[in-house]
Design a binder for this molecule. Sequence first.
Ligand SMILES: NC(=O)c1ccc[n+]([C@@H]2O[C@H](COP(=O)([O-])OP(=O)(O)OC[C@H]3O[C@@H](n4cnc5c(N)ncnc54)[C@H](OP(=O)(O)O)[C@@H]3O)[C@@H](O)[C@H]2O)c1
Length: 217
Amino acid sequence: MKIALVGGTGDIGMGFALRWAGSHEIIIGSRKADKAVESASQVAEMVNDGKIRGTDNARAVEAADVVVLCVPHEHLISVTSDLKNSYSHQLVISPVVPMVYSGKFFQFVPPEAGSSAMQARSLLPEEVKIVSAFHTICAAALQERDKELKADVIMCGDDAEALDTVAGLAGEIKSLRPLKGGPLQASAMVESLTPMLLNVARKNKIKDAGIKIVSER
Ligand SMILES: NC(=O)c1ccc[n+]([C@@H]2O[C@H](COP(=O)([O-])OP(=O)(O)OC[C@H]3O[C@@H](n4cnc5c(N)ncnc54)[C@H](OP(=O)(O)O)[C@@H]3O)[C@@H](O)[C@H]2O)c1
């Protein structure tokens, strides 16, 4: 697949690029094409047989089958509105978490739509499918290409085929387990796990924390 990483020059974008470049064509997107080209060459150095390039966000989206929104929540509206005409048929993955740090703890601060994913849904063309996923995956751990991630990826979405595609992509990352979390409207619950996870990690000194659903049977 051709995977565009909007804002892919950042922490989580570089993590996805490093993990998927061996088996997919990766297009790192940025507001500045030269910044994306530089990030792509950094990834190419680490992934010998990887297919990877960098360009501006609009060109990246236009060329892609799958788009991952790798931008902070506060820029989601502007980035998504600016790129609206670049979308046609793509599957969009949103790992975006609307949260703030109050100085004492991380807090979930959802937009009026209920979640970042529902906000993205309201801004993107109808033909575009959205799956929200990867909110509780730590970018630093993702960037360590060979590191086994023992976490679960909880996905929310309304289209079975799109969910299968995202489950496949999650499954390609060593030991991640994709789990269905309900329709896109349920995304708020999954997005809200991230500030909780960060607070627990800080208070208990847990590095690169993730979430795993256990079964006692
Ligand atoms: N970091 C994590 O561990 C993690 C884990 C799970 C989910 N997430 C979610 O993933 C998303 C990205 O997180 P991140 O840590 O990778 O973020 P980040 O590194 O802070 O930023 C990602 C990219 O956003 C772009 N950006 C910054 N300001 C912008 C603006 N005003 N308009 C448009 N684009 C702008 C920048 O790309 P250019 O300058 O190249 O345009 C930047 O490289 C967030 O929504 C976060 O909640 C992060």
